[in-house]
Design a protein around this ligand. Structure first.
Ligand code: HEC
Ligand code: HEC
Length: 345
């Protein structure tokens, strides 16, 4: 080898080293960039890793109620606003001290339909304008919206039905139909209806539930679940959960699964589906405790004319299967659900 060859080789090796260095640096820059991007996405507010729920990040676009302020027709706007007022402060108009008629238990529609029926997974009215009139297994008929509202008057508000042609019913219908007018007819609003809650492997336990009630609910709903009225007794500050001023035993929320799902995603007040405060067990158990308490009775001999369509967690028999009343009321439900595929609520 002469000197020239040695120099040439040296140069080649130097080139190779530089080449490798450049490649390593480029790879490092790419890796760093990827890390920054990943870190940013996992730590956006509302994503799971940031709030430690362990669930996958939720990129779902949920329904948003149409804004009443966008109504330009003043007559319609006033009607819709009155409808909202009736849903938010129902007791002021229909309760024991109601100014329209004294008929109901004093609950407001909003107590069970939070944020005037606009809360995601809060029994909202998102799918009402788009889905009604709708076949309901409970009555075995196609129901219009006025019938459904009057159902909540008779059962959830333990009161009398109101005139479907009257100013009040018309205003409530106008409000409910307006806020859901952005949902395509025949489709369901995303985030309406109850959010799934897995069945427990055991029956819900009302003894555990009483402990949950005492530690997490009683401070507002009071020691015997009777709620707390405002100073002039026109409306509840904290609504009754049982007793004479609560929903009756024919109300929809008497079904333990509906109750547990509502509580899991909405209670204590201010809770949302994105950040529930109760474990699944606590939600089922407190539901078992509350649905076991005394409340007004309403006879409903015509409900579920086709008994096979009765919800599996309806607490009052008869049933199409041979599971006990207690198992239908408190679970365990997995086996009943597996055998009743046609009537999951
Ligand atoms: C005690 C709780 C409670 C109160 C109070 C209550 N509701 Fe309901 N409401 C429910 C539950 C639970 C459902 C869903 C299950 C069912 O259909 O029974 C429901 C369903 C509805 C629906 C049908 C929603 C759908 O997507 O099909 C409408 C409309 C409605 N309620 C209106 C009202 C109005 C208006 C009031 C007041 C006059 C009212 N509710 C008071 C619990 C309540
Ligand atoms: C910080 C006070 C507070 C706590 C704690 C609380 N709630 Fe409520 N709850 C409310 C208020 C206020 C409403 C009515 C919400 C509205 O009108 O928007 C309500 C409504 C309800 C309703 C529907 C209306 C009714 O009377 O049936 C149920 C069911 C309910 N709560 C159950 C529970 C359960 C179970 C717990 C305990 C796990 C609980 N709440 C804890 C304040 C509270």
């Amino acid at each position: 080898m002469n000197k020239k060859d040695v120099d040439n080789d040296k140069q080649k090796i130097q080139l190779l080293v530089v080449n490798k260095l450049v490649r390593t640096i480029i790879l490092l820059i790419i890796a760093l960039f990827a890390m920054v991007v990943l870190f940013y996405f996992y730590n956006r507010p509302g994503t799971s890793i940031a709030n430690n729920t362990g669930a996958k990040s939720d990129t779902t676009v949920y329904w948003k109620a149409v804004d009443i302020n966008s109504i330009s027709d003043t007559t319609l706007k006033q009607q819709v606003q009155y409808g909202k007022e009736l849903i938010v402060h129902t007791a002021k108009y229909f309760g024991p001290k109601g100014i329209v008629i004294k008929s109901t238990n004093g609950l407001n529609c909003q107590n069970c339909h939070p944020q005037a029926g606009t809360a995601i997974f809060g029994n909202n009215f998102g799918s009402v304008a788009s889905m009604y009139p709708k076949f309901k297994a409970r009555s075995g008929t196609k129901e219009n919206l006025a019938k459904k509202v009057n159902d909540c008057f008779e059962r959830s508000l333990n009161g009398k039905t109101i005139d479907t042609t009257g100013k009040e019913m018309q205003a409530m219908l106008a409000y409910i139909n307006f806020i859901g007018s952005n949902v395509i007819k025949g489709t369901k609003a995303v985030g309406s209806g109850p959010k799934d809650l897995p069945y427990l492997d055991r029956a819900a336990d009302s003894t555990n539930g009483s402990i949950v009630f005492n530690t997490k609910c009683k401070s507002c709903h009071q020691y015997n679940g009777q709620g707390l009225l405002n100073a002039d007794s026109t409306e509840f500050i904290y609504p009754a959960l049982w007793g004479k001023n609560s929903f009756n035993d024919a109300a929809g929320i008497i079904h333990i699964s509906l109750f547990a799902k509502f509580v899991k995603n909405n209670m204590p007040v201010g809770t949302t589906y994105a950040k529930p405060q109760l474990t699944d067990e606590e939600a089922w158990d407190v539901a078992a405790f509350i649905i076991s308490q005394p409340r007004p009775h309403m006879a409903t001999p015509k409900d579920w004319p086709d008994i096979k369509t009765k919800p599996i967690d309806h607490p009052i028999g008869p049933y199409a299967d041979t599971f006990s009343v207690s198992q239908h009321k408190y679970g365990p439900f997995k086996m009943i659900a597996a055998l009743n595929l046609n009537n999951k609520k």
